[in-house]
Design a protein around this ligand. Structure first.
Ligand SMILES: [Zn+2]
Length: 416
C-alpha cells in the first residue's frame, strides 16, 4: 500500500550499486556482522520489552560497537531496525517463534548512514559503492532513509523518496477488472480485453521444485537438507515461480492503469479479500497458493499504480458479480459453457463479460453522482466488444453515451 502523508507518496527507488572490487569482502563482512547484531538486538529488545530509542541505545550500543565491531552510525541504524522488527512482532497476535533475519540487508539513515555523491554512494566510515544504474524519474526528489541489500550476488540500494501525490482526475467512465484463474478481463459496456494469467507457467517451476524435494526427502536421502546445492536449486525454482507472478502482476497493472489514464477512466476492481480467504481454506496446493499470490499482487499493483498516476480507483463488493443480470438484477441461468442468460430480460453473455458489466455498474453507483464528461470514452487500443449481441441498457441507467451528462440512478432509498 502506498504510504505517506496527505499530499505525499512514499516511494522506494532502486539503485544498483557495486562496491569497489577491493572492498567487496569488507562490505559483505560488515553486512554479516550487521545481521548478527540485528538478531541479537531483536532478541534483547523483546526480552526487555525495550522499544524506545533511549532504552535500545542503553541496552545495545556498546555491545554492537564492541562485540560486533559496527561503526557508530551503523550501530544506531541497527538498533533502530531492531526496534521496528520487535514492535511488529510484538504487535502480531499470531506471532510464532522469535523473528530471525536471514538475508543480508542494512538500514541506512540519510546523510549519517549513507550519502550519494555523484556516481558513488558512501557508507558509514569509508566504504564506497559505485552507482551502476537507477530510476532517474525521481532524481529530483530528496533522498530519505535507505536499505542496502545483497541478494543473488548483487547489491541494491533502495532509497526512500517522498513525492507529491498526484491529483485524481474526474473520471469519464469506468474500466472494470474481473480477475479469475485463467485470465484477467478488462473492460466496460463498450470495450473488452482479455489478458492471460501466468499461473501455468509459474506452476511448472513449483512442480520442478516439488519433484526435487520429493526425490531427496526419502529416508535414503535424509541428508538432503544439508546438501546445499539441492536446497539452492529448490529455492531457485520457488523463487522463479514467485518472480513470474510478480512480474506479470506489475506489468499487467501498469497496462490497465495506463489504459484507464489515457481515456480518463476510473479503475474498478473487486474486493478480493474474501476470495483470497476462501482460497486459503482450500487444501493447500501449489496451484491455489499461486492463484492467491497472483490475486494479491495484482490488486496491490493496481492500487499502487492508480495512486501514483492519479487514477481514481473503486473497490467493489464481489458478491454475485458473475451470476446476476447487470441490467435487471435477476439471477442468471446457465445456457452453455460459461454462458449465462437472464430469464427476465433475455440478456445473454459470457460469465466474465457479465462480471465486467456488474463491476462497472457497482463502481458507477459508488461514484453516486454524475459522470463529468459530456463525451463518451474513446478507448481505442483494446479489442472490440465480444458480446454476441449489443447491450441495450435500460432507461435511466448509465450507458456511457455521448452528448449529454449521464445521471446515475440512486440505488438505495432508505425509508424510516
Ligand atoms: Zn436481466
Amino acid at each position: 500500500m502506498p504510504a505517506g502523508g496527505e499530499g505525499e507518496l512514499t516511494l522506494s527507488v532502486k539503485m544498483r550499486v557495486s562496491p569497489e572490487p577491493e572492498q567487496e569482502e569488507a562490505v559483505l563482512d560488515l553486512m554479516k556482522r550487521y545481521r548478527d547484531a540485528l538478531n541479537y538486538s531483536v532478541r534483547t529488545l523483546i526480552a526487555n520489552r525495550a522499544l524506545s530509542l533511549t532504552k535500545a541505545h542503553k541496552l545495545l550500543y556498546n555491545d554492537l560497537r564492541e562485540r560486533y565491531g559496527l561503526p557508530a552510525r551503523v550501530a544506531q541504524d541497527c538498533y533502530r531496525e531492531a526496534i521496528a522488527i520487535a514492535r511488529s512482532w510484538l504487535k502480531n497476535p499470531k506471532r510464532g517463534s522469535m523473528p530471525t533475519v536471514k538475508g543480508l540487508s542494512m538500514w541506512l539513515t540519510h546523510e549519517l548512514g549513507y550519502r550519494v555523491k555523484g556516481d558513488h554512494v558512501e557508507l558509514a566510515e569509508s566504504y564506497r559503492l559505485r552507482v551502476i544504474g537507477w530510476d532517474r524519474r525521481y532524481g529530483n526528489f530528496p533522498n530519505r532513509e535507505a536499505t542496502l541489500m545483497f541478494r543473488e550476488g548483487r547489491f541494491d540500494l533502495y532509497v526512500t523518496k517522498q513525492v507529491p501525490r498526484p491529483a485524481k482526475y474526474a473520471p469519464k467512465g469506468v474500466l472494470a477488472i474481473d480477475i479469475n484463474e485463467r485470465q484477467i478481463v478488462v473492460g466496460n459496456s463498450s470495450v473488452e480485453q482479455r489478458i492471460e494469467t501466468p499461473i501455468e507457467r509459474a506452476l511448472r517451476y513449483r512442480r520442478l521444485a516439488e519433484r526435487l524435494q520429493g526425490k531427496y526427502s526419502s529416508s535414503r536421502y535424509r541428508a538432503w537438507r544439508r546438501r546445499g546445492g539441492i536446497r539452492r536449486r529448490i529455492r531457485h525454482f520457488h523463487r522463479k515461480a514467485r518472480n513470474i507472478i510478480e512480474d506479470w502482476a506489475r506489468k499487467t497493472a501498469h497496462t490497465i492503469v495506463s489504459l484507464a489514464k489515457q481515456n480518463q477512466l476510473a479503475v474498478a476492481r473487486e474486493d478480493l479479500t474474501g476470495l483470497v480467504e476462501s482460497l486459503r481454506r482450500l487444501p493447500k496446493g501449489h496451484r491455489t497458493a499461486l492463484i492467491a499470490l497472483g490475486y494479491r499482487r495484482l490488486a496491490f499493483w493496481i492500487d499502487w499504480q492508480a495512486e501514483k498516476n492519479g487514477v481514481p480507483l473503486f473497490v467493489v463488493d464481489p458478491a454475485d458479480t458473475s451470476s446476476t443480470c447487470p441490467r435487471c438484477g435477476t439471477k442468471l441461468v446457465e445456457v452453455g459453457h460459461r454462458r449465462l442468460r437472464c430469464p427476465n430480460c433475455g440478456l445473454e453473455g459470457d460469465r466474465d463479460t457479465i462480471a465486467i458489466l456488474n463491476i462497472e455498474e457497482r463502481a458507477l453507483s459508488q461514484m453516486g453522482g454524475t459522470l463529468t464528461s459530456p463525451t463518451a470514452p474513446q478507448v481505442t487500443d483494446v479489442s472490440p466488444n465480444r458480446w454476441g449481441e449489443p447491450v441495450n441498457r435500460p432507461k435511466g441507467a448509465l450507458a456511457l453515451q455521448g452528448g449529454e451528462e449521464v445521471r446515475l440512478p440512486s440505488l438505495k432509498t432508505f425509508q424510516h
